[in-house]
Ligand binder design. Structure first.
Ligand code: 2P0
Length: 351
């Protein structure tokens, strides 16, 4: 008897132009386009195995070895249903194909990064889920097509279908058919770019991204200014900077957009605080590091960015990473450089 099984992994991505706000919460359509860099280290991935079998009477899911309920009508159920719909199209065109779309599917997903890394796993998780089902169902879909489905699992997941530099275009269609991810440039285009992850705290965040961003959409006047008058220009500027490997512009826009995302969180009623005192200290350290470089006639040497939590990601050319690690460790001596020299995982006590 044939075994129908596929295993695929997907990476984490960290946004430089932040996604924050939905215009359609069911289809997960954003209020603005966003752009991220995929972190391609082997130790920052979700790996998912999907198996279809005529003996499986329902779809089931295990996350890091623990079974999770697939809520009917929820995001996971939507992604599975969409992938089965694409498989059905293949089966209808070719009647000799096995009817995998009628079988139950069992899905097991694991993250190889420690929970202590403080990184959101929904992006890599849903990207790996959709990719593994595409492999299982032998679908001809390309990454942008798959991003339309991963997006419905978690918005930021659509960007993890590609490596390198990735834009999620907000799109205009009411059905979401043009709200997808595209590759701006592959990793190899700018291999000198590195990311340093500084774990300030691995506590679960107080306000989830999903509920936080909707509160922002409903209450923040600053968000309206951001989506109309700020992000469209920044998307153009950062894409050009990436294509020209212009780190100075890339860094300036990345830090500005992180700052504005957190300003928009603060402008929410009631306000949302994701950064803490350590996060702000790291901003001060990077700012001073850059100020000295510019004062000496140079250009920006590092860019911080913060997501919906206190942990810093610092983008920098490879040649600066060692200096930045030493600088941060001099302020936070309890921080422990992780096994990968380009990731710094501070442990308990840093926060
Ligand atoms: C981003 N974040 O662009 C932004 C920056 C956090 C701050 O995408 O509701 O987990 O699942 O679509 O994708 C976090 O939001 O939210 C996020 P849902 P998601 O990476």
């Amino acid at each position: 008897m044939s075994v129908y099984q596929a295993t695929v992994s997907a990476p984490v991505n960290i946004a430089c132009i932040k996604y924050w706000g939905k215009r359609d919460t069911k289809l997960i359509l954003p209020t603005n386009s966003s752009l991220s860099v995929t972190l391609d280290q082997d130790h920052l991935r979700s790996t998912t195995t999907s198996r279809a079998d005529p003996g499986f009477d329902s779809d089931r899911l295990w996350l890091n070895g623990k079974e999770e309920i697939i809520a009917p009508g929820g995001r996971m159920a939507t992604c599975i249903a969409e992938m089965k719909r694409l498989r059905r199209e293949v089966e209808e065109k070719n009647s000799s194909e096995p009817k995998l779309s009628t079988f139950g599917v069992h899905i097991s997903s694991r993250n190889n990064f420690p929970t202590a890394a403080g990184l959101a796993s929904s992006a890599s998780g849903f990207a790996a889920l959709v990719s593994s089902l595409a492999a299982l169902y032998a679908l001809p879909a390309n990454p942008s097509e798959l991003s339309l489905i991963a997006r419905q699992g978690s918005g930021s997941a659509c960007r993890s279908l590609f490596g390198g530099y990735v834009a999620w275009q907000e799109g205009t269609a009411a059905d979401g058919s043009d709200s997808l991810a595209i590759e701006i440039a592959p990793r190899e285009h700018w291999p000198d770019m590195h990311a340093l992850i500084c774990v300030v705290s691995d506590d679960k965040k107080g306000t989830s991204s999903t509920s936080g961003m909707q509160r922002t959409v409903e209450t923040s006047p600053l968000l309206q200014h951001r989506i109309k008058h700020v992000v469209p220009e920044r998307m153009k500027t950062i894409q050009k900077a990436i294509l020209e490997r212009d780190f100075d512009t890339f860094a300036r826009v990345t830090m500005q957009d992180s700052n504005q995302f957190h300003a928009v969180a603060l402008d929410t009623d009631p306000p949302i605080f994701y950064m803490n005192d350590v996060s702000r200290s790291i901003i001060a350290i990077v700012t001073e590091y850059n100020r000295l470089a510019v004062a000496n006639g140079g250009k920006l040497k590092a860019a911080y960015t913060y997501d919906a939590g206190p942990n810093a990601v610092i983008y920098a050319p490879k040649e600066n990473i060692k200096e930045i690690v030493e600088l941060i460790v001099s302020y936070f001596p309890q921080a422990e450089p992780f096994k990968d020299p380009f990731a710094l995982f501070g442990t308990a006590g840093v926060g």
